[in-house]
Design a protein around this ligand. Structure first.
Ligand SMILES: *Cc1c(COP(=O)(O)O)cnc(C)c1O
Length: 435
């Protein structure tokens, strides 16, 4: 795979270079030079394939020039170790559960694949890297779990003290080994600014091979396309009504962009619903044709509190670039916290199914879309996190206690190990140099 920068001011690069650089030097985003359609026989027989077989076929199609069949098999069997089942919620509505990985959120797919492919290249060239990542919650957990025990890579995670949930903090601070947690007495922005300064610091760069595990890395996007294909395969096995509409709870629009990549590879999809909370710059763009980034506002679905989505230009290019083409394929809706809670409660009372707030935003977006189209279709909601990661909100909203999966309750009893630091750069640099 060759990749170009969306800013067109830096040279095209190989897959390996795009993965280790993360961002092109001109501050654009890396995009594949071309995305070809897959064979029609792939789609005709997809229902006979497992998740891993589908993932390997998609990888072979995209990365066949960069990796051998055996290497792809190795990377997939190392990273894609959990399933993405469809749950029948109600007539013509399915939930695609993306929370069966180690951190119980969909970011596991991207983080684990990224770790496996980076490790593949590092072992080949006998290099080592040091990953720095700032997190406000979910990303850190997925990265920590994804890179845990990965040869050639050590990870330092910065998180704002007192500003992540108990479960999220335990996910960052209880692994040990090659994963180091820094509790910063400041905000998420302070954490991010420390990481940015480190990347610009010549002395550190000369000493360590620093890399980021940012969500805009192309190696996080590719694996997120797998489950769109797998959901289609499952829909065929179950004999669900066609066509399919995917409804994606969105923040930085990486997940939706991955769906559009699958669409470009030929996956039959009627439309994508971009479901947002009150951070609705994309639904506004789809309505007006104008893209106006805003300061984000806090909501219950906090992993989607983004006012200037980092994958916006990717999404636009993948959906056809012109506003008219984008709005043909992507339908934008938004909701507020009040309605999110109403949906969580209503669905629970009627079906017994517990949704996290992000999934509820998607549910609400799908209802709005349904009210506007006449044709019948199967709506597939992407459920991006397990409800237990948002326990206080869920229990207050449903007015009762809900069961916590074994994996999360075991985590809560583990001991936190983190180094406390302030927000000054000198202290952070000292820490890095002293390690
Ligand atoms: C990151 C995240 C999202 C948003 O995904 P994007 O790819 O940024 O649009 C939605 N839900 C949860 C639970 C997340 O962690």
């Amino acid at each position: 795979m060759k990749l170009y920068s969306t800013q067109h001011q830096s040279p095209d690069v190989s897959l390996e270079e795009a993965i280790f650089r993360g961002l092109p030097p001109d501050n654009g985003l890396y995009m594949p030079l071309s995305i070809e359609k897959m064979d029609s026989t792939f789609f005709e027989t997809i229902q006979d394939k497992s998740f891993q077989e589908i993932a390997e076929a998609v990888c072979q199609h995209l990365l066949g020039a960069d990796l051998t069949k055996d290497e792809i098999h190795g990377i997939i069997s190392q990273s894609m170790t959990f399933e993405a089942p469809l749950f029948d919620l109600e007539k013509d509505v399915e939930v695609l559960e993306l929370f069966h990985g180690p951190s119980m959120a969909f970011k596991d797919f991207g983080a684990r694949f990224m770790a496996a492919i980076m490790s593949h290249y590092l072992l080949k060239s006998k290099r080592e890297i040091r990953i720095l990542v700032a997190t406000s919650g979910d990303t850190g957990g997925a990265v920590a779990q994804g890179f845990f025990n990965t040869p050639g890579i050590s990870v330092t995670i910065l998180y704002p003290k007192g500003k992540v949930s108990d479960i999220q903090e335990k996910q960052l601070t209880t692994l040990g080994g090659n994963v180091h947690a820094l509790e910063i007495d400041g905000t998420f922005d302070d954490c991010q600014s420390l990481v940015k300064q480190a990347f610009l610091d010549e002395e550190l760069r000369a000493k360590f091979n620093l890399a980021s595990a940012n969500s805009i890395n192309i190696s996080r996007l590719i694996p997120q396309s797998f489950y769109y294909f797998a959901a289609f395969a499952e829909a065929k096995r179950k004999g669900l009504k066609m066509p399919i509409v995917f409804c994606v709870p969105s923040g930085n629009f990486g997940n939706l962009s991955a769906g559009l990549m699958a669409y470009r590879m030929g996956l039959p999809v009627k439309a994508f619903v971009a479901a947002c909370n009150e951070n609705k710059v994309v639904p506004d763009y789809l309505t007006t044709g104008e893209y106006k980034p805003k300061t984000s506002v806090e909501t219950l679905s906090n992993a989607m509190d983004v006012g200037n989505p980092s994958n916006f230009s990717r999404m636009k290019l993948l959906a056809g670039e012109k506003w008219e083409s984008v709005r043909e394929l992507v339908k934008g809706y938004f909701t507020n916290d009040e309605q999110t809670k109403v949906s969580m409660k209503e669905v629970y009372d009627r079906t017994g199914y517990v949704m996290c707030p992000h999934t509820a935003v998607a549910y609400d977006g799908l209802q709005q879309y349904k009210a506007e189209v006449k044709e019948e279709f199967t709506g597939i909601l992407l459920s991006t996190a397990h409800y237990a990661k948002f326990l206080p909100t869920v229990e207050t909203t449903l007015g009762r206690q809900v069961p916590i999966p074994e994996r999360l309750s075991a985590l809560l009893s583990k001991e936190k190990v983190a180094i406390s630091l302030g927000t000054d750069y000198a202290g952070f640099k000292q820490y890095l140099l002293g390690k």
